[in-house]
Design a protein around this ligand. Structure first.
Ligand SMILES: [Zn+2]
Ligand SMILES: [Zn+2]
Length: 227
């Protein structure tokens, strides 16, 4: 193939030919590879459309099932995890109490048996004074207390919370998309307003805008671009 005199290098085949510059990427292509390049762009366009369709479906699904929103699911997970933590701690505590309460109950039982023997004996012999009655009453009260509040087991609540607290912050500003935003002809703007975003190229820095979607007017009359 004859080489075009004074041709430039095609970025695809690396040959020096008559080339055409792509306005988008500013790269030089020979005639054949310019076609390939266009096809490649067309393929990428298809992918954008495909992604758009997929996202449309996701959006429809979300609208149909609001409960499936990732934020709701995060709350669900927090709820489940928190309940599980509490259940697990409660179960551990129950097991410890049950293990030790059995020993405590056996002791109470044997002391109650002793008391019963004393009572039976005294009844048979009809031999008791006021002091005996007082002592037995005292012993019985002690045993009752020991049953409901065993002296060797203490339940106390830790000051450290077992679960984390969650809270939801919602920005209070009313938002409007740029398309819907109608600013009256007679609207007056504060003349000494400070530009906090924009004027520093495109980007996502705090003072930059990247395809702003709307304006957010806070209650204190400041205007933000929504990104
Ligand atoms: Zn080429
Ligand atoms: Zn290009």
């Amino acid at each position: 193939m004859s080489q075009a005199s004074g041709g430039t290098i095609c970025i695809t085949c690396g040959k020096e030919k008559a080339t055409f510059k792509c306005g988008g990427c500013s790269q030089e292509f020979c005639f054949n590879h310019l076609g390939d390049h266009k096809q490649e762009l067309s393929k990428q366009f298809d992918e954008v459309e495909l992604n758009r369709d997929l996202f449309r479906q996701t959006l429809t699904d979300q609208t149909d099932k609001p409960q499936k929103h990732p934020l709701i699911q995060q709350i669900d997970t927090w709820e489940r995890d928190s309940i599980n933590k509490i259940r697990q701690k409660a179960e551990e505590a129950r097991q410890v109490v049950l293990t030790h309460i059995n020993g405590s109950i056996r002791q109470i039982e044997s002391r109650l048996n002793q008391l019963t023997d004393q009572l039976r004996q005294s009844r048979e012999e009809n031999d008791f004074f006021e002091t005996d009655l007082q002592r037995w009453n005292y012993d019985l009260t002690q045993l009752k207390e020991e049953l409901t509040k065993p002296s060797n087991i203490n339940l106390h609540q830790d000051a450290t919370p077992l679960i984390t607290r969650i809270s939801i912050d919602v920005a209070s500003c009313k938002s409007a998309s740029l398309n819907e935003l109608k600013i009256g002809v007679s609207a007056r703007w504060v003349q000494n307003g400070i530009t906090v975003a924009g004027g520093y190229d495109r980007g996502n820095g705090l003072n930059q805008l990247l395809n702003p979607w709307g304006l957010c007017v806070d209650d204190d009359q400041t205007v933000d671009g929504q990104r």
